[in-house]
Design a protein around this ligand. Structure first.
Ligand SMILES: [Zn+2]
Ligand SMILES: [Zn+2]
Length: 277
């Protein structure tokens, strides 16, 4: 016997399950803060990505709502990154790969709907806390242990099949001179989260350090706000873009780190703050 499941009429509004992850910052005011920062970023304009023919631009360091300190939604990140001329992004949320995997899923959906170029690439990654500071892992799809030394962290990343990135080495949360203590695959020398001129000079100087001669030099925005995506980026020298070709470009060092005028405009805007006090 077939029983018809007829729901009684209800005055209650149906519960809508949000398709987007909730604000994980835990702060009710973060939505307003996000809008405020994105408005400030708009004053500095948009990062201008310059891509020579036959090359590709990648932002290797982007955060999503899956980080406690960002509410950027994967869909907005992907559409914004593509509109700015990036061919790929790497998602490196704090502690967990969940945000990167969700961004991969979101990219596939947007491609299916014809809203994102088929060739647009999302590289999964995670930003880990070591005993000294933050270390990035790219090309990983599972969570990795934290609170290890830099050498142990790099080893864990390699064992998981990933590449280890010394992100924003000279920064309050960077590993500073420990960048020389472990076999990193790449070092972020153009960092969108470093505004202090002394620190950005130290990061850039790593490009000429003979101890890191064999290590790829990359740029990444470390964008926690969608307006900052592409503020720093990396140009990859490869015939075509794929997970393997990007990985090979890093391993062989066929890439170059870039910053944008957006960064210097933002530095000038931030520099106004003490003068106004
Ligand atoms: Zn970091
Ligand atoms: Zn970061």
């Amino acid at each position: 016997m077939t029983v018809a499941l007829i729901q009684p009429p209800s005055s209650k509004k149906p519960t809508i399950v949000p398709s987007k992850p909730a604000n994980r910052s835990g702060h009710w005011w973060f939505g307003g803060w996000d809008r405020l920062v994105n408005s400030l970023l708009r004053i500095a304009g948009e990062p201008k990505i310059e891509v020579p023919p036959g090359h590709f631009a990648i932002d290797f360091h982007v955060h999503t709502v899956y980080s406690h300190c960002s509410i950027s939604r994967p869909e907005d990140i992907l559409l914004g990154a593509s509109a700015r001329g990036l061919a790929a992004i790497a998602v490196m949320d704090h502690h967990h790969v969940e945000g990167a995997l969700e961004t991969v899923r979101c990219a596939n959906e947007l491609k299916h709907r014809g809203l994102l170029p088929e060739s647009f690439l999302v590289i999964p990654g995670v930003e880990l806390n070591s005993t000294v500071g933050h270390i990035g892992a790219l090309f990983v799809t599972g969570d990795l242990p934290e609170k290890l030394t830099p050498a142990e962290t790099v080893n864990a990343i390699h064992e998981a099949g990933g590449l280890a990135i010394a992100v924003h080495p000279y920064h309050s949360t960077g590993i500073r001179d420990a960048v020389f203590d472990a076999p990193f695959d790449a070092v972020e020398i153009e960092c969108g989260s470093v505004f202090d001129l002394k620190l950005s000079t130290l990061n850039r100087a790593l490009a000429r350090n003979p101890h890191l001669a064999h290590v790829a030099k990359i740029g990444g925005s470390d964008a926690h706000y969608s307006g900052a995506i592409g503020s720093c980026y990396t140009i990859i020298h490869t015939e075509y873009i794929s997970i393997e070709s990007v990985r090979n470009s890093l391993i062989t060092g066929k890439c170059s780190a870039k910053t944008t005028d957006f960064m210097s405009r933002l530095q000038r805007i931030l520099g106004l703050v003490p003068k106004l006090r």
